[in-house]
Design a protein around this ligand. Structure first.
Ligand code: NI
Length: 171
């Protein structure tokens, strides 16, 4: 099933999600499948559960856009454990459609997380994957990428979004 993406303004996006304690259930496996499907339909490289209204520490990433099954990544209860180097680049978010901003991120990032079976693993990614690991993990702590841009740019973006909301162009 394809979920609708929750947009900026919904409080679920700005609160810390709940830690997952049950693994390997049919519901969790189905949910993960649905998350990948929803992400592909929305044409994103990452999706966090709060973005579909589910406040749990679950995220999926696929930097190959569904081209390479080996790049499918499930992150449950992830924590960033190492950030090295620096990259500048444009970033967007499925929950803030129509906007993109330059965001400085680490270039090489290591995350510790659990998989669908509850097994802990460590994953290191560079460049786009590093950016996605940071962006999606942030989501699970209620943090959006716009917290990494200047106050001036963020306020301008929020004003534009308010305009869209008033015009009924946001939900
Ligand atoms: Ni996002």
């Amino acid at each position: 099933m394809v979920y609708a993406i929750v947009k900026f303004g919904d409080p679920v996006l700005e609160r810390e999600a709940e830690t997952v304690t049950e693994f390997d259930t049919p519901e969790l496996h189905q949910f993960l499948e649905d998350m990948f499907e929803s992400m592909y339909v929305a044409k994103g490289v990452g999706l966090a559960a709060p973005q579909i209204g589910v406040s749990k520490k679950i995220a999926v990433i696929d930097c190959s856009n569904g081209e390479n099954p080996e790049e499918k990544l499930v992150l449950i209860n992830p924590r960033i454990v190492k950030v090295e180097g620096r990259q500048e680049g444009e970033e967007g978010c499925l929950s803030i459609p129509g906007f993109r901003e330059q965001v400085r991120r680490g270039r090489r990032v290591t995350v510790r997380a659990q998989d669908a079976h509850g097994v802990e693993f460590v994953k290191t990614g560079e460049d786009l994957l590093a950016r996605a690991l940071l962006h999606e993990t942030d989501h699970l702590y209620g943090k959006l990428y716009i917290t990494h841009i200047s106050v001036l740019k963020r306020d301008l973006m929020k004003r534009k979004i308010k305009k869209k909301q008033r015009a009924g162009d946001w939900d």
